[in-house]
Design a protein around this ligand. Sequence first.
Ligand code: SF4
Length: 221
Amino acid sequence: METAKAETLQERQQRLQHIMQALKKQYPDAPLALKFSNPLELLVAVILSAQCTDERVNQVTATLFQKYRKPEDYLNAPQEELENDIRPTGYYRNKARALKACCQMLVEEFQGEVPRNIDEMTRLPGVGRKTAAMVLGNAYGIQQGIAVDTHVRRVVERLQLSDKKNPEKIEQDLMEMVPREQWTWFSNAMILHGRHVCTARHPRCGECVLKPWCPYPDKTA
Ligand code: SF4
């Protein structure tokens, strides 16, 4: 498409409808790549995924989740032991501290359960709206936000679905346009698209199903 000039909100919403239809065909289910079997596991996996690939996180959590089953297990483990258990994910000292702080609050204020709303979730140390929305949406099926990670942010910017830079403001723009029941799927699909097609350095525009509705000028094909 031509570079959008002064697109109205209504025009942007219509374009988003086409984008969502194309995404739905491409990624009908859009599961997260992170493996988990309960909300605590997903929360831990998301914390470990900072600056790390999901594949590496999955390798680590395959054994981690057999050893650490409850928040108390993270809380009671010696710091050094937990660091060793998550070391391959990088930044393991900070991540071990973050896991312990998070689990401490889960135990002290939430009876050891991951809370079910975004205001409580974001009170957990180191948990922002992105992590909270991802855990709530994927582990509980509760749609209270749209996780805007680095992939979502980049694809949204190239598609000119928001002119904001701040992830929380981008999220607000998206929440106004995307139907609530689609929030988790939309975020997951955009993450997949950013990871596999609209990649940071070399977006594969030639094979992109969103190309007809994308104003990004630097197309490679
Ligand atoms: S056409 Fe290119 S820039 Fe636009 S969403 Fe697709 S891959 Fe990204």
